[in-house]
Design a protein around this ligand. Structure first.
Ligand SMILES: [Zn+2]
Length: 86
């Protein structure tokens, strides 16, 4: 779940957002995991809203880097990070 507000009319929306994870066998410090999630919707004002997120987790439990982009909206509430475990 991801809460955003439309950049155009400021209406709030809750988008369906789920991460999908892909695992890579990487070596020394364990498994490397790529988490990708995206959500999109059209506001009642016609604005197209979309959010994309990508996180690399390595070593396990730590985000190595993140890429995020959003269009047509502002993120109000971030989805919880898909970190596998501490
Ligand atoms: Zn709108």
């Amino acid at each position: 779940m991801l809460k955003v507000s439309c950049i155009e009319c400021e209406k709030e929306h809750v988008l369906d957002f789920e991460y999908e994870s892909e695992f890579f066998d990487s070596g020394d410090m364990g498994v490397q995991t790529e988490h990708i999630g995206s959500a999109q919707d059209t506001c009642s004002c016609g604005e197209e809203m979309s959010v994309h997120k990508r996180h690399m987790e390595y070593p396990p439990g730590q985000i190595e880097f993140s890429e995020e982009s959003e269009e047509g909206c502002i993120i109000l509430e971030e989805p919880s990070l898909p970190i596998s475990g501490e």
